[in-house]
Write a protein that binds this ligand. Structure first.
Ligand SMILES: C[S@@+](CC[C@H](N)C(=O)[O-])C[C@H]1O[C@@H](n2cnc3c(N)ncnc32)[C@H](O)[C@@H]1O
Length: 289
């Protein structure tokens, strides 16, 4: 792949600056890159693997296909793409966080994915893009950014005419507990304000793909249900922990109020009769004319 279709990143303090991509910084990804986040993302990869496999199976790829996973994290769908492009094809994983790229390299080595290369780079802006890929994919990248249209524009620009863009993002609208509880509603509303991106972006994917100039737009969705003991039963509480400082800074509540909110919710989620319906995983894919 030509270097012109990606753009280098450099570390400045705790932030990553992406050369030539105005406003694109790693601070966009507010969940961070701790060991706990690596473990969470790898577990999530396993959970979402069947849905991702089904999505990729609907996208016809030519022999020796070139595929890209943008914001691949510690694995993303690199393994699934590797299988689909075959030994003569190639897969590139890009991420703007160097720790994620280190973990992705470990995953690639452990899984023996000889046709996969991962790089600490960003996708080039539209003005510098080369349309070389048969498929450009991202998962849970747009929900974490404030500039999804710009990223989708770059993804579309990196695809050859006739190639595909595929996106998988959550929509928090369906993320509910049953029976309902006021602490759930309050915490979810507060978190959606500090999360950093549009937590309902899943619902917007078909329109965004269309606005990016893509055609034959298709979409489907997957839902997951949890009960006490399942790790995702308490994901909202995990997010409240990760975003604690930001919640206290931006929401009108004291540390004591936050603690009593999360305490009440934990108690409710631990009740044997409480179920959680996860955010809807929306998958959308479209073709470049
Ligand atoms: C929620 S993780 C998802 C990782 C992976 N796609 C998956 O589904 O497991 C989002 C990833 O996107 C990366 N990221 C954020 N902004 C990015 C950008 N502009 N370009 C490339 N990667 C980015 C983050 O560093 C992080 O690894």
């Amino acid at each position: 792949m030509s270097q012109a279709s990606t753009t280098p990143v450099r570390e400045v303090g705790s932030s990553t600056v992406v050369e030539g991509v105005e406003g694109v910084e790693a601070v966009d990804y507010r969940l961070g890159s701790s060991g706990a986040e690596q473990e969470r993302l790898l577990a999530q990869c396993a959970l979402l693997r069947p849905a991702a496999a089904a999505l990729l199976d609907t996208i016809p790829l030519p022999p020796q296909a070139k595929a890209l996973d943008l914001g691949c994290g510690p694995l993303g769908v690199l393994d699934l793409l590797s299988e689909r492009v075959g030994p003569a094809g190639s897969v590139t994983g890009l991420d703007t966080d160097h720790r994620m790229i280190g973990w992705a390299r470990e995953s690639v080595a452990e899984l023996g994915l000889d046709n996969v290369e991962v790089r600490h780079e960003a996708l080039a802006p539209v003005s510098a893009a080369e349309a070389v890929y048969d498929l450009v994919h991202c998962r849970l990248l747009l929900i974490n950014t404030t500039h999804p249209r710009r990223i989708l524009g770059s993804m579309a620009a990196a695809v050859r005419p006739g190639g595909w863009v595929a996106v998988q993002e959550f929509d928090w609208a369906t993320w509910q507990c049953d029976p309902p509880h006021p602490s759930w509603s309050r915490l979810k509303a507060l978190l959606s304000e500090v999360f950093g991106g549009d937590v309902h972006i899943g619902a917007r994917l078909p329109g965004l793909l269309s606005d990016a100039g893509l055609t034959d737009v298709r979409a489907t969705a997957h839902a997951y249900y949890w009960r006490p003991g399942d790790r995702y039963q308490t994901l909202l509480l995990s997010f409240a922990h990760l975003f604690r400082d930001r919640l206290l800074e931006h929401a009108a509540l004291t540390p004591g109020e936050l603690d009593s909110l999360t305490g009440a919710l934990r108690e409710h989620l631990e009740q044997p009769g409480t179920t959680v319906r996860e955010s809807l995983l929306v998958q959308a894919w479209a073709r470049k004319p």
